[in-house]
Design a protein around this ligand. Sequence first.
Ligand SMILES: NC(=O)c1ccc[n+]([C@@H]2O[C@H](COP(=O)([O-])OP(=O)(O)OC[C@H]3O[C@@H](n4cnc5c(N)ncnc54)[C@H](OP(=O)(O)O)[C@@H]3O)[C@@H](O)[C@H]2O)c1
Length: 353
Amino acid sequence: MNSDDLNIAIVGATGAAGGTAIDLLFERKHPAGKITVMASERSAGRKIPYGDAELTVIKATADAFDGIDVALFAAGGLVSRRLARKAVERGVFVIDKGSIFRMDPSIPLVVPEVNGDDIDWHTGIVSTPNCTTTPLVMVLDALRKLAPIKAVTVATYQSTTGTGVAANEELIEQSRKVLAGEEAKANVYPHVIAFNVLPHVDDFLENGYTIEEQKMLNESRKILHDDQLLISATCVRVPVEISHSESVQIEFESNVGVEDATRVLGDYGGMKVVDDPAQNQYPMPLEASGKDDVLVGRIRKDIAHEHGLVLWLSCDNLRKGAALNALQIMDEALRRNALRPAAERTGHAAEIV
Ligand SMILES: NC(=O)c1ccc[n+]([C@@H]2O[C@H](COP(=O)([O-])OP(=O)(O)OC[C@H]3O[C@@H](n4cnc5c(N)ncnc54)[C@H](OP(=O)(O)O)[C@@H]3O)[C@@H](O)[C@H]2O)c1
């Protein structure tokens, strides 16, 4: 079976991540007749251009999944909680972009380049990581081949589309107001994001970290199958429309050279080294936006830690951070002949990793 043959549903098709999934399907020339676009009742009947064709949004309901092979859920946790398992009951392979299933031990959390094997034991749903976790685990997976990793300190610079369409519109509107000398009001975030940075992504936890920061630790451990890994994250929202960047400091058990690190990062699937400071070449959100690769650069020895390396990355949060990773999970499941749950394929439940 080819991916072209699949009936694909996008749930949350009018949103930032869902809209990018539609763009990616169009780039792949997926037939319009094999795409069903769903959102809330508010958007039912809305037309989404798809080349010369138009896709008509329908309300997401359990019955709407009849005849669907694969559903990409990008409509938030409540919708996934309400409909994902009902879709599975109707024979759908669900790829969920939200956070509710990510740490469920019975659901694989997958970045295909890192742990594509985990798709084999799914029971109908595969989850995709947070958009800051995805590029980080790719970098860590590449570098741990050189030496075991002891600890990671990361600071993120996250774009407004990471919060969704409404947050990005607010950035544009606030920027217009500030430039016009008018008062800008915050609605989506607790403070104005235009011409500002907010060291606050998601709610604060008792330990002083935010949920987003804690996710980077928990999700990375699950994807890398490494419960000992230590990650201290500071997640920061910045007035950038698309692409998250990260400043990453990695401490290894033994020495890792810059040349070796550059080589393994450049050889890793889905990653591109952009690292020529003399020519002002380094990853930037404007460069990463619209691209599939995670861009990595500024690779250097850490002068504050004996076996440390420091680097910088930028990654399109809507592509590899969301929709692209989801479609790659679909491709990988198809390649493994694993669209159906493990128990149906093998006659017994696969071992959960
Ligand atoms: N943005 C990213 O970079 C990113 C990255 C990774 C994961 N994600 C995840 O993807 C999901 C969507 O995020 P987003 O940024 O795309 O948000 P968004 O731009 O706000 O879009 C939300 C989408 O959900 C739909 N929706 C809301 N309530 C619904 C309901 N009751 N029934 C059906 N559809 C409903 C909306 O449809 P209406 O237009 O009808 O309201 C819209 O299509 C979230 O779970 C998020 O965590 C996002």
